[in-house]
Design a protein around this ligand. Structure first.
Ligand code: SF4
Length: 239
């Protein structure tokens, strides 16, 4: 795909509903296409390579400028799908966003460290998921470690927890964070109940609250900044 356009599913203004920037007003640019298939995916319509429609750079600039003129925003949230699948497009758009006086907030699955290195200097906040093998069917520890080392001062990590998340995986998350940089903030996010995307016949069950608190306590003694923050946009009724 040429970097002068990218497949985009939607562009809209809303409040950030997850992680450390909860409640911040942002312009969301949701890309089509993802390289993973997480069981708990809450945007399954975005993950096919053909999801969305091609937006030229000029069209996106016009839309973002128009939303920014309507009310104050803190950042453009590059989300998806997986935004780093479109890294050439991001490399062209991110400087323009900074010129508009907005920050670049990257929401990513954290498994494409090579692509991150191309845009890390342009990102202000990197909201990176750690993907558990029980959710994706594959291990990503090595890619996650490279990813965390690219720009640790801008990164916070989110782990979505379901009833299927395993204690051994949690211990591996803590080891990963200790090896990368124990000062990187870690957010535990109980999964929102959704239908699975890898052919599971049942819906995804969130982690039991008492167990989530146990995992939080385990990590607190070993890492600097660990928090338990649910997804808020379903509660607020926002996209
Ligand atoms: S990485 Fe994100 S968009 Fe891709 S399948 Fe997983 S949850 Fe969905």
């Amino acid at each position: 795909m040429k970097a002068s356009s990218a497949r985009i599913v939607e562009v809209f203004s809303s409040l950030q509903g997850e992680g450390l920037r909860l409640g911040e007003r942002q312009i969301f640019v949701r890309f089509g296409g993802c390289n993973l298939r997480c069981d708990y995916c809450d945007e399954p319509h975005t993950i096919a390579a053909a999801a969305g429609v091609l937006w030229p750079i000029r069209k996106l600039e016009t839309r973002v400028r128009s939303l920014a003129a309507e009310r104050p925003h803190r950042a453009v949230s590059w989300t998806g799908g997986e935004p780093l699948v479109h890294v050439d497009f991001l490399r062209r758009m991110m400087p323009w966003v900074k010129g508009l006086g907005l920050r670049n907030y990257l929401e990513t699955n954290g498994v494409l460290p090579g692509a991150l290195k191309d845009v890390a200097a342009l990102c202000d906040v990197i909201a990176m998921d750690v993907k558990l093998p029980s959710a994706t069917g594959r291990e990503h520890w090595s890619a996650h470690l490279d990813f965390l080392r690219a720009a640790p001062e801008k990164t916070f990590v989110k782990v979505v927890l379901t009833a299927d998340s395993k204690d051994v995986e949690w211990r591996q998350v803590i080891r990963l964070m200790q090896e990368a940089d124990p000062r990187i903030p870690l957010v535990l996010q109980p999964a929102t109940r959704v239908l699975g995307v890898r052919g599971k016949s049942r819906g995804i069950e969130p982690i039991e609250p008492r167990r989530a608190v146990q995992l939080l306590r385990q990590a607190r003694g070993l890492l600097k900044d660990v928090r338990l923050i649910p997804q808020w946009h379903p509660i607020w009724g926002l996209p």
